[in-house]
Structures are given as C-alpha cells and as structure tokens.
Design a protein around this ligand. Structure first.
Ligand code: ADP
Ligand code: MG
Length: 606
C-alpha cells in the first residue's frame, strides 16, 4: 500500500468556510447516493416498517368497501350488527398495525441519525490542523448535531410515505376505475393540478431549509466564540454586543423557517383544496349519473369516500417530497464537512521509536498559507539527546511553529523535518506523536476531571503512575487538598486551576506518555517561584535520559541548556551554550540581560 502525502497544505478555502454567494445546490444523484449509504444498514427494519404501514393503509382502504356493504345491508335488512363489528375491528387492527410500523421506522430513523453523527464526528477529529484553523468550530458542531437530525425524516418516513403513498394512490385509482371510469377522469384532473403546483414549490423548500441550517451554524459560531472567551467578554463589558451578534443569525433562521412553513402550508392546502374540488365535481357529475340510473347510489358513496381518501396518499407524496428537499439540504452540508481535508496516517515502518530521540531540521521553508508571509526560511538545526536544546528569540520568530512541524500539525513547504533520522512525513502519524510529549504554551486543559486530563494522552497508566508523576511536578499536595482528588473538575479549559497548576498538569500529562522527545513551550507569563523551580528540576531530571526541546522565556531554563538555538525572523541566528552566546551574540545578550526573553526586540518576520 503506497500513499503519497501532499507536501503543501491545501490553499483553497475550505468547504465549510463562509462562501460568498453560497455554494452550488446539491446534485440529485449525489444526494441519493449519500442517502442510500445511510439507509443501507437499516434496510430490513425500514422494509418491515414500510410493510406494516402499507398494511395499515390497506386496512383503511378496505373501510369504504365495508361501508358500502353496510349501506347495501341497510337497504335490504341484512346483518347490520356483524358488519358494524367488523368495521370496528378493522379500525382497531389498523391502529395497532400503524403504531407498530411507526415505532419500527422511528427506531431506524434514530439509528441513522446516530450513525451519521458518529461518522461525521470521527471524520472531523481527523481534520488537519490547517483545515481546523480556517474553519468555524461552531458551524462544524451544528453540522454534527443539527443537520444530522434532518436525515431522520428523509431516510425513513419520507421513503416509506413515498412508496406507500404511491402504492395507495395506484390502488385507489384502480378501485375507482372498477367502480366507475368516467368519474375517475374527473378525479384525475384534480390530481394532475396538484402535481404541477408541488413541482414548483419543492426546490424552494430545499433552498430555504439550507438557509435555516446555515444560520443555525452561524448562531453556533457566535455562541462558541463568546463562551470560549467568557472572561474576556465580561471584562470588556461586551455581553450585550455578543448577544446582539446572535440576532442576525437567529433572524435569518426565523425567516428561513417561516418560508419553509409557508411553502409547506401552500403545498398541503393546495392538496386539500384540489381534493375538495374533485369531491364536488364527483358529487355533481356522479349525482347526475345516479339520477340517470348509470350508477347505483352505493357506488357513488363509495366513490366519494375514495375521493376523500385520495387526500391521504397525495398528501403523503407531497410531504415526502418536502422532507426529501429538507434532507437534501442537510446531506449537502454533511457531505461538505465529510469532504474536508483529513490527516492521512502515512504508512511507515513501525518500531522507529528510539529514546532519546534526535530532531533535525534540514533547510526547512514554511508558511501557514500561500497568502501569508513565510515563517521559516532555510531553517536548519540538529538536536540530540539526552539533553536540553533551548530555543530563544523574539516573539513571532517561529519558535512555536518549530514544534508544530515536529508534531506534523503542518507540513514543511520545502526542506525536511527528521525525527530519529526519518522524515516526519514517512512516520506513521500515530507512532510519531506517541513518541512525543508536548506541553503547549498556554497549557490548555480539557473540560473534565484531573484524571481525564492526565490519562487522555496515555489511557493505560495506573493510579500509581499518576501519583508518582504528580509528585514529580509537585501537584500531589494540590490533589490531596481537593475534596474529589483526581476526580475534581478542572473547569472549561482548566479555568478552575491557576496558570502554574495548569502548566504542571500539562507537564504531568506529557510525562505519563513516557516520551522519547519532550517539547516544552514555556509560558510567557511570569509564573511563581515554586513553579519555576519545579519546572527547572523536572526538565533537568527528564533530560538525563530523554531529548528535551524547550522554548525558553526564562534565564533559569537557558542557563542550564546543553545547546541554545537563537531564532530570528524564521532563521537560525546563532547556536551555542549560554556562555558562548552571551559573549558572542548581541541579540541573545540583550534577551538574556532583561531576563524576559519574549519582550525586547519583539518583531514579526518580514
Ligand atoms: P513564536 O512562537 O516564535 O512567538 P510562532 O511560531 O508562534 O512564533 O509564529 C510565527 C509566525 O507565524 C507569527 O507571525 C504568527 O503570527 C504566525 N502564525 C502562527 N500560527 C499561525 C497559524 N495557525 N496560522 C497563521 N499564522 C500563524
Ligand atoms: Mg510561541
């Protein structure tokens, strides 16, 4: 199995990105293919539900015939009680069969929604980081949660309605033809009228539904932004503004929803109206035919009942068409998200893990997107273990990006990034990341418990491992203090912990992975003295048998590093030890003198 890995990130706007003017409407055949895929695992229950519904419909259809027998019996003093009991039994049985059919179908519908959600969520988890960078998470969430609910109706109810409606319509028409052919002609004129009207309305329903779903996505985006930076919103006093930002999206959804409601009600009232017109016409023409003795009164009554019953299959067909339109709007949005660029688990030799790891950049060029300035140019360095390599440089020099390239969150545009002498693009992706422990700069934690946060990177560690590691980063006292211990909640993004605690949890998480390579992006904010000492001790300890790459903002970190790489404007400016650099490099001396390595001379790459 060979697979080519695309070198450069795709530069086209993502399908989920806001597209001016709206993308082209879904193609009917593509929609069908997608729907068939969702339906396939549930063919049996849907068929069963369909048959039960069909049986219920046939039982309803039999009622006018029994009614005709009743009228005939009344005229001839026949066995009325038996017929009445039979009719009642028929109605009751019809109800039972319909209920069973309904349940089987609803169950399949729920399963299809669940499957679609699972599939889409699993796919989105594999998105490339670059693709996530340019998408709107709120909109993606609404595709997983809201759009999938629209599949429910179209894959089961609408399908069955269409089949049953169609069959019932045919059966009704055949019965009518048997009863009296000329009267059937009168009826069919009305049915054709409905068909024309509905054909005009349906595409508009699809369009309006898509508008609703897009606005729901936009509303989710607004909320996600506000809830994701809640303290910022409060501090800025921007609550009302954020709430108002929702108005537009919510209004748009309202307009779309009202339009769908309007179109549906026009379609269904047109259906009802046409059936009434047909009824009156049949009554008029049929009355004349009864008077002239061409048909019997009981035949006319049966025919009139059948005419009224036409409303049901025709209504079913119209409703099924409307549901298909709504479903196709959802399928379009789901397929769009399914089509986003995901990471390929590149094939590679397993067992390339080696501890301590080596990292080498060979003439790496990198930019995040074609239209953005270059971040790395011709960047080369080599870091070996055991030991610490520190990266220093002004803000925006491309330090964090170095780590992102090692983790293969992005792929270099030119040059090669090697881990253990192997191009990261040739590593099996999971294997590469399993060798690395990565502590991000702002150490974001996942909402959930401390234990979740510690074990998410290493699911099979024992409680003893966790305790030992917590002791290493001196968090054991904190855990003992918390009433729920390891099961205490850390809040949204770890809000319930201090910055220093968050960072230490993130380090513990990375250590539990037993990494061959530790990437540590130091926090720029001044953390307390305890934190700084813990950090220094832990790093020194790990560096004894592991390769540690640290983006340093503190003198205490660089002073003990085995090698320091000074980055400026995406290039290596100088490499050496602290002592060598203080004497030999002006920028480094300046950074070191102020102790605040991030601030002075901060500049962006040109
Ligand atoms: P440092 O860590 O040295 O401060 P970074 O590596 O974070 O710098 O960023 C280098 C440059 O790349 C900066 O100009 C930054 O604005 C830009 N950049 C960082 N991340 C992204 C991203 N996800 N998309 C686009 N540009 C980015
Ligand atoms: Mg950074």
């Amino acid at each position: 199995m060979t697979q080519t890995v695309p070198r450069a990130e795709a530069t086209q706007p993502s399908p989920a990105a806001p597209a001016g003017g709206g993308p082209a409407p879904p193609r009917v055949r593509a929609t069908w293919r997608a729907l068939r895929g969702y339906i396939r695992p549930y063919r049996a229950p849907i068929a069963l539900g369909g048959l039960l519904n069909l049986a219920a419909a046939l039982l309803v259809l039999a009622q006018p015939l029994v009614a005709k027998a009743l009228v005939d019996a009344l005229g001839r003093d026949g066995p009325v009680t038996g017929i009445v009991l039979g009719l009642t039994g028929l109605v009751f049985l019809g109800m039972l069969v319909r209920a069973a059919g309904q349940y089987v179908l609803e169950r399949a519908a729920e399963s299809i929604t669940r499957d679609a959600r699972r599939q889409l969520a699993a796919r989105l988890m594999r998105l490339r980081v670059a693709e996530m960078d340019r998408s709107r998470p709120g909109d993606l969430m609404s595709r997983v949660i809201a759009d999938t609910t629209l599949l429910r109706q179209v894959t089961t109810q609408a399908l069955v309605s269409a089949v049953i409606g169609g069959l019932t319509l045919v059966a009704t028409v055949v019965l009518m033809a048997v009863l009296d052919a000329p009267l059937l002609g009168v009826c069919l004129a009305a049915v054709v009228l409905i068909g024309c009207c509905v054909t005009l309305i349906m595409p508009r329903i699809a369009h309006a539904t898509r508008r609703v779903q897009e606005s729901v996505g936009a509303a989710a985006t607004v909320l996600e932004r506000a809830f994701g930076a809640f303290r910022t919103i409060k501090a800025a006093g921007a609550e009302a503004r954020e709430a108002a930002a929702l108005d537009e999206a919510v209004d748009e959804a309202w307009h779309g929803g009202v339009r769908v409601a309007g179109l549906r009600s026009v379609a269904s009232s047109a259906t009802g109206f046409a059936v009434h017109v047909a009824f009156l016409a049949v009554l008029g023409v049929g009355g004349a035919r009864v008077a002239s003795g061409a048909v019997e009164l009981s035949t006319l009554i049966a025919f009139l009942l059948l005419t009224f019953q036409l409303a049901s299959p025709v209504g079913q067909l119209v409703e099924a068409a409307a549901q298909y339109q709504a479903g196709s709007a959802a399928v379009f949005r789901i397929q769009q998200a399914q089509g986003m660029d995901v990471e390929q688990p590149s094939p590679g030799r397993p067992g390339t893990r080696r501890c301590p790891a080596t990292v080498e950049f060979r003439r790496v060029d990198f930019r995040y997107r074609a239209e953005l300035p270059q971040v790395h140019r011709d960047l080369s360095f080599r870091a070996e273990g055991p030991g610490t390599t520190a990266f220093v440089g002004p803000s925006g020099a491309g330090k964090t990006t170095v780590f992102a390239l090692i983790e293969r969150f992005y792929e270099a545009v030119g040059g090669t990034v090697l881990v253990n002498g192997i191009d990261v693009l040739d590593w099996p992706l999971a294997g590469l990341r399993a060798s690395i422990g990565y502590v991000e700069q702002d150490a974001p934690l996942l909402a959930g418990t401390l234990r979740d946060n510690l074990t998410c990177a290493a699911p099979d560690v024992t409680d003893d491992d966790i305790r030992d590691t917590l002791a290493r980063v001196q968090l054991d006292a904190l855990v003992d203090r918390l009433p729920d211990g390891l099961d205490a909640s850390v809040g949204h993004r770890g809000n319930a912990l201090s910055g220093g605690e968050r960072q230490r949890v993130a380090i513990a998480r990375a250590l539990l992975r037993r990494p061959a390579l530790l990437l540590l992006d130091e926090a720029t904010s001044q953390l307390d003295a305890v934190n700084e000492r813990v950090l220094r001790d832990v790093v020194a300890d790990i560096a004894r048998d592991t390769t540690v790459l640290v983006i340093a903002h503190r003198l205490s970190t660089v002073a003990t590093a085995d090698q320091i790489v000074v980055l400026e404007g995406g290039r290596v400016r100088r490499t050496g030890t602290h002592r060598e650099l203080v004497e030999g490099d002006a920028l480094y001396a300046e950074l070191a003198a102020t102790q605040l390595l991030a601030e002075p001379g901060a500049r962006r790459p040109d």
